[in-house]
Design a protein around this ligand. Sequence first.
Ligand code: AMP
Ligand code: GLY
Length: 440
Amino acid sequence: TPLYSSAASDVYKRQIHYYMKVGIIGSGGREHAICHKLSSIKKVKQLYCFPGNAGTAKIAQNISINLDNFDELKNFIKLNKIDLMIIGPEKPLVDGIVDFLEEQNIKVFGPNKVASQLEGSKIFTKNLCKKYNIPTANFGIFQNIDDAEQFLKETKYPIVIKADGLASGKGVYICDKPEEAKIAINEIFEGKFGIANNALIEEFLKGEEMSYFIISDGKTVKKFGTAQDHKRVSEGDLGKNTGGMGAYSPSRLINEELDKKILSKIIEPTIQGLKEIGTNYKGFLYAGLMIVEGEPYLIEYNVRMGDPECQTILPKLKSDLLEIFLSCCNEKLNETEIVWHNKKSLCIVICSNGYPDQFNKNVLIENLSKIKLGTNEYCYHAGTELIDEKIYAIGGRVLNFVCLSENFSLSRTQIIDSIKSLNWNGGFYRKDIAYKVINE
Ligand code: AMP
Ligand code: GLY
């Protein structure tokens, strides 16, 4: 008889690869939610977060290195033998971090530089839409102020004007009259959002927005949930635009018919279009949609999960997130099931007083450790830092409270109770998140 049965040696072989070290790039609520999900998976031996926040500090090793220096990052990954890297935010993706790490034989989850133009260049995406008949707002691309102004004299209002590159949610103007449009065009070409060779002018679509997510390994596409975020700072969706004040999932708009339309008219031709220019889409893809009378229109793509949508959606995931990431890196997503809890998830973001304008930094948050969260409640950190075991607010969006329950109203009530017990006077939040699906 052999010394080891073949079954035993299989177990042994598997165990060699059993425990993994995973690194996550980013410092927001999205990254804390990803870290938190991974930390519950036995196979994950060690987590690193670059640079992370006070929340990730509890479950991962926070590493503060210059993320613009890919070499430094690579050296750390190699030295510490990190098995898999997850890229949270768009900037490193658009800068080509995936291509760079893959050249170094490092496993990485996220789209490459060419594919990341879907978010990095609005004009790239618009041209793709045009080529493949993907429904989107009618548009024109203008290379200079004079041509743009000429067009803006003759067009109908409201009209939407956008800078081309990454502008962190800014760089989009919705103009009701020619005078506003003139200011927008001048600001864009004067370089308010970086050097501008182009401005995009597009038709205003009147409908309701929805965030739609998929995950792909380059071959297979799987759905990754829907959500509705609240971008405006004040209740009733009024005031300035922000990174996101809260969200709920699923979106109230989604149904089977709309789902099919989104996949066949928007997602599939996009993935196919990228293939035709010689690239595969690996990673999360976030379609920002406007639903107009039951028809989906693409407003924008993001090449990552949304924030706060990620915090809202991930707690609903039943399947093993590590397996999902690995199957994407190994082009085996078709073999991996993605199963969800059939619950209503809601997220409220607590922001520093003053956000999105000036706010104070390094404001102490006491009581966090005293909050008692139930089994379906989560508190994800965003702009926080741990200094001498104390938690300080250092960013505009500070904490995300999430609750999963049978209905949105209950989720929201539970969250507001938690926030009240935190009793932090350094911040504020919207009490009306998901008002369109909560009838009181
Ligand atoms: P974006 O950064 O492209 O997501 O644009 C910011 C916000 O502007 C979106 O979330 C929409 O609310 C709005 N928006 C952008 N494009 C349009 C459009 N063509 N029609 C109506 N609203 C738009
Ligand atoms: N929630 C909007 C975004 O992540 O861009």
